[in-house]
Design a protein around this ligand. Structure first.
Ligand code: PLP
Length: 413
C-alpha cells in the first residue's frame, strides 16, 4: 500500500442520479446543479446493491487512512479531479477523566481540527471543489462564518478556480486572513450569514459564479457524510448511542444520517442508529424552537448572537432534513448558553488538555446538560464533534511574567 493509493488508483463509481430531498424527483448525475425545481436540496443517490458487490470491509481496511478510501460511496468519478490537501481520518479521543467525573458514560470526541484548514469544512469543500473541477466550473462564491470560506479558498486555489467569499463583518480576523491568504477575494458584510447568502444568490445571474452555499450545491454533504462512514468504521462497524453535533446549516448531521442509511444498505452496519442530537447556542436556536414546537420547518431566528460563530445560522435551507433526522433517530435539539460554552471549553482544556473550538465546546456543554436532565443515560456511549482546531480562535491572554534579573522566590511558583 502507498500513501496516495486512494488518490491514484481508479475505482468503480456508483452515482445513479440526484434526487430532490423534498419531492423525490430525479435529476441527471454529472451535470451542474444547485437546488431542485421545488427550491430544495438535492441528494446524491448511488447504486447501493452495486456498491455492496464491489466493496468489502476487508478491502477498505487495506486502504490508506483518509476520506478518499470510501470512493465507491463518493461522487467523484476520476482520480484526476480529486483536489486533495490530505484529508486524514480524524482520531477519536476518549475522555476517561471527565467520564468518571460525570458518572460513568464513555465520552468520545471526534477531533475534526486535524483536517486541512483546521476544520471539518474541509470534508465538504474538498468534495464540492473536486466536483466543480470535474464539471468545469470556473468561479465559485459562498457565504461563510469563516471556516467554510477558508476551506473553499484553499481547495479552489489549488484547482485554479476563482473564488469570491462573503462573511459577516464580525467574523474572526484569523478566518478572514486565511481566506485572503489562500487566494480568494473576501468581503466583510454588515449582516449575518444569510444576508451574505443573498448576495451570493443575486450574483449568480449577474456575475455568473456558482453558488456554493451549504446544501444549495449537492456535494458538500457527500464530503461531510464521510464523518459518519469513518466513525462507524473506527468503532468496528458499530454506531454510538448518541452523537452531539453543533448544528448551523446542519450539513454534517444530515450527511451522517445519510451515511448510516447507506452503510446499512451495503450490509456494513445493522439497524441500530445513534440518537442524533442537534446542539445550538441559546442566542441562535431555530432548530430547537422548531423541534420543541413539533414543526417541520424552522423560521428565521432574529437577532442571532453567540460566541460560537460557526453555529450562528439564523435560517437553514435543510431545516426539514435536520429535524427529520433528529426525530427519526429518537434524538433531540438542545440549546446551550454562551456561559456554558465558555465553561465547557475551559474545563476540557484544563482537565483533559484538549483545546476545543467554541462549537465543539457547545457539544460538551450540551452533553452535561442532557445528563443532568436525564435525556441521555450515564451508561451511553456518546460522540461529541469538535469541528475545528481550538487554535483558530482568539484565546484569552496568559499574563504571568518573571524578571530573570531579580532573585526568584521559588516558594511562590
Ligand atoms: C466550527 C464549526 N462548527 C460547526 C459548524 C456548523 O456546521 P454545519 O453547517 O454542518 O451545521 C460550523 C459551520 O460554519 C463551524 O465552522
Amino acid at each position: 500500500m502507498k500513501d496516495n493509493d486512494n488518490l491514484t488508483i481508479e475505482r468503480p463509481t456508483f452515482v445513479t442520479h440526484l434526487e430532490c430531498a423534498m419531492e423525490g424527483d430525479h435529476y441527471p448525475a454529472d451535470q451542474v446543479h444547485n437546488l431542485s425545481k421545488a427550491g430544495k436540496p438535492l441528494l446524491v443517490r448511488y447504486d447501493l446493491p452495486g456498491v455492496k458487490k464491489a466493496l468489502s470491509k476487508d478491502a477498505l481496511a487495506q486502504r490508506p487512512a483518509d476520506m478518499w478510501r470510501y470512493r465507491e460511496l463518493l461522487p467523484v468519478r476520476k482520480c484526476a479531479d480529486i483536489v486533495s490537501l490530505g484529508e486524514v481520518m480524524t482520531p477519536l479521543i476518549r475522555l476517561p477523566k471527565l467520564g468518571k467525573k460525570l458518572g460513568g458514560g464513555e465520552i468520545i470526541v471526534k477531533d475534526e481540527g486535524r483536517l486541512p484548514t483546521g476544520s471539518f469544512k474541509a470534508r465538504g469543500l474538498v468534495m464540492a471543489v473536486s466536483m466543480a473541477k470535474a464539471l468545469g466550473i470556473k468561479h465559485m462564491a459562498m457565504p461563510t462564518n469563516g471556516n467554510a470560506g477558508a476551506a473553499l479558498a484553499a481547495y479552489a486555489s489549488r484547482a485554479d478556480i476563482k473564488t469570491t467569499i462573503f462573511c459577516p463583518e464580525d467574523t474572526p480576523e484569523v478566518n478572514v486572513s486565511e481566506i485572503a491568504l489562500q487566494g480568494a477575494t473576501v468581503y466583510r458584510v454588515n449582516g449575518l450569514i444569510d444576508d451574505c447568502g443573498k448576495i451570493v444568490g443575486e450574483g449568480k445571474a449577474k456575475v455568473g459564479w456558482f453558488d456554493t452555499s451549504t446544501l444549495k450545491e449537492p456535494y458538500r454533504i457527500e464530503g461531510k457524510k464521510t464523518m459518519g462512514l469513518e466513525l462507524a468504521e473506527q468503532l468496528g462497524w458499530q454506531v454510538p448511542d448518541a452523537i452531539f453535533y453543533p448544528t448551523g446549516g446542519g450539513t454534517g448531521l444530515i450527511g451522517m444520517w445519510k451515511a448510516f442509511a447507506e452503510l446499512e444498505a451495503i450490509g456494513f452496519i445493522g439497524k441500530k442508529r445513534p440518537r442524533m442530537i442537534a446542539v445550538q447556542a441559546a442566542g441562535c436556536a431555530p432548530m430547537v424552537k422548531a423541534f420543541e414546537a413539533g414543526e417541520e420547518h424552522a423560521p428565521r431566528w432574529e437577532n442571532a448572537h453567540t460566541i460560537a460563530a460557526g453555529i450562528r445560522v439564523p435560517q437553514a435551507i435543510g431545516d426539514f432534513l435536520i429535524l427529520r433526522a433528529v426525530r427519526e433517530s429518537g434524538g433531540f435539539a438542545i440549546a446551550v448558553s454562551d456561559e456554558a460554552i465558555s465553561a465547557a471549553l475551559d474545563e476540557m482544556a484544563r482537565e483533559e488538555g484538549f483545546l476545543l473550538c467554541p462549537e465543539g465546546a457547545a457539544t460538551y456543554a450540551a452533553y452535561k446538560q442532557s445528563l443532568s436532565d436525564g435525556r441521555v443515560k450515564r451508561t451511553d456511549q456518546v460522540v461529541l464533534f469538535n469541528c475545528a482546531s481550538g487554535l483558530k480562535y482568539p484565546l484569552p491572554p496568559a499574563r504571568r511574567t518573571l524578571d530573570r534579573h531579580k532573585p526568584i522566590d521559588f516558594t511562590t511558583l
